[in-house]
Design a protein around this ligand. Sequence first.
Ligand code: SF4
Length: 202
Amino acid sequence: MTRRRSSYRSLASLQRDLSACRACVEAGYPLESLPVRNVFTGQRAYMYGQAPGIVEGEERRPWRGRAGGTLRRWLQLDEEEFYATFYCASVTRCYPGRASSGRGDRTPTPREQELCAFWREWELEILRPTLIVPVGGLAIKRLLGISGLASCIGCRYERDGATVIPLPHPSGASGWLNLAANRRLTERAAGLVREALARFQG
Ligand code: SF4
């Protein structure tokens, strides 16, 4: 049974409740994994993806599949550095299953996105990250209210005291990365993230 407190003071208690969350299943949605979560080890940056894929759902860890490898390559981080740097979250946290069309994974419905926003809001309240990286169109829309990758990839925003630098989804499923101009925007955006991370360490 899903438990949500009226407030959270620590990430440990939030993660305990998050890891057992079944709010979408209780609302009638057919999820195919338990929530994927990221052990908190003091990360100061927050990565916000769309939804876990099948590999992440099985392992219950974020960015384990091929897209995660591409993301790490863009950011020039090995696995250890990546997970030590980013607390990884997503618009929804459970593998949503395949799309009924048979092509790719199902996009979480607006209701599932709303149900899961509860966890993001409390994570941001507790973590207060200095850098937020939304990855992919859906995450960018949820976090910044911006539609369309071309208008925001390569740009930097401020939100509640954090720098926000959007990246496209590294899976390439949308085809947006097929255009050379868009790959250049992605290089610029990844460079902005690397610069922001270097400032943390400086
Ligand atoms: S997607 Fe989010 S809100 Fe829905 S069951 Fe999973 S953790 Fe809970």
